[in-house]
Design a binder for this molecule. Sequence first.
Ligand SMILES: [Zn+2]
Length: 474
Amino acid sequence: MSYRPCIGLEVHAQIQTASKLFCSCRNEFGAPPNSQACPICCGLPGVLPVPNVRAVEQVIKTGLALNCEIAPFCRFARKAYYYPDMPKNFQISQYEEPLTHDGSLDLDVNGDTVRIRIKRVHLEEDTGKLIHGTNQSFVDYNRAGMPLMEIVTYPDFTHPDQIRVYLHTLRDILRYLGVSEANMEEGKMRAEPTVNLIDDETGAATPLAEIKNLASVKAVCDACAYEIKRQQAALEDEEQMERQTRRWNDEKQITTPMRVKETSDDYRYFPEPDLVPMVVEQPWIERLRQELTELPHLRRRRFVEQYGIPEYDAEQLTATRSTADFFEQAAAKHGDAKAVSNWVMGDLAKMLHDHKVALEDCRVTPDRLAEMLDLIRDGTITGKIAKDVFARMFETGEAPAAIVEAEGLAVISDTGELEALVAQVLAENQDAVDKYRAGHKKTKGFLVGQVMAATKGQADPKAVNQILDQKLEG
Ligand SMILES: [Zn+2]
C-alpha cells in the first residue's frame, strides 16, 4: 500500500476589536454572564446587524499576510444551526463568497521549506457558551456575536511536525498583526484537523475524520499522529470506515467517534438577507497593506542572515514584535549582535520574568543595554560586574556609566594598586605559595580567586595573572 497522510486544518481565531461583530456590545472576556448581550447578539425579532469595519480589516490584513486574494465583492451567509448557545438558530458566517481566498504560507520544517496552501480566511460570529450544572444548564451570551476568523488550509499537511510549525507560525503572525492573541491554551485560537489517507496512484482514499476537542498545539499534533495510525490499521484490517467527527481524549491519547460528520448541505447556507454585500475597493486594500509589518517568520530568516546569529536566537527574539524591535535597536547601537542577543534572551528575559514586567514597561532601553555592552567590550567593567550594573539599571533606569562611576565598579587595572594587593594575598596564603613552588601549579587558580574576591571581582584578571606569575616565579 502506498497511502499517504493528507491533513487539512481549520483554525478559528478570536479577533481583537473593541466591540462585537454586528452590535456595539464589548468584545471582552471576564464580564458577569449575560452582561454583554443586547437584542442584536441575542437575535431578538426586528433587530438588524451592522458589520464592524475593524473586524473586516483584521481579516483583510490576515489574508494579505497569508498571500491571499482579497475578494472585491463578498457576502455574509446564514448557517442554519439549532442549539441553545445561539438563540437566532443560525450563525452569520461566510460561505461561497469569503472575504479572502487562495493564499499560501511557507514553513521551515526541519530544514525544508514546505508550502501550505490557504483555501480561505473568512469572518463569522462566535456562539454563546453553555455551562452545565448537575441538574440544570445555563447559557451565557457574552460570547455570542464576538468576531471570529476562520482560516482554512487545503489538505497539504503530510506530517504532524508541519502542523506544529504551521500553528506556531500562524500564532506569531496573528500576534504581530495585532489581529488576535491566538493562544490555544486560553481558547483564543482553536484548530480542527481533517485527516485521511490517500493512495496517489489509484486515487483511493479513506473517509475524512474531523477531530475536535483539541486544546493545545501538542494535542493537535498528537491527535493527527494517532488518527493516521488508526486509519492505517483499519485499512490493513479492511475495516469499514465512514466520514466521522471524532473527539480527542488527551488523557488516553486516542480519538473516539462523536457523530457522522455533517456535510455543508446539512447547514442549508444561504446569503444573509439582513446584510448588504460588501465591496472591498483597491485603495482600502492598499492602505491595509501599508500597515502590515514585517512578519515574524520572514524577520526570523533575516535575523539569521543579517546578524549572523543562530536560528535558535532568531526564533526566540522574533517571538514578539517588541523583543525583536528591542534587539534590533540595541544591536544597531552596539554592533555585536550575538552579545546583544545573549543579554536579551538571558539576563533581560529573566529580570522581566522574575519582576513580572512587560518589555514595553522596562526601564532598560535598547540604547542603555548597548552602552553597557560597550563598557564590557572596552574593558571598563567585567562581565561579572555587568550583571550587577544591569540589575541596577533594571531597577532605576540609570545610565550604566553613571552606575559604574557612582559605585566605583570600574575594572582595577592600575598596576601599582594590583601589585600591592597581590603581595598582601601572597603573604596571607603562604601555604598555597609553598605548594605552588613545590610544583602544584593549579594552586595559582586559587590565588587569582583570592585577589578577585578582595576586589569584589573588579580586578583586571589578565593583569592579576601577569603580576602573580612574576611574583611566584621570582
Ligand atoms: Zn450585542
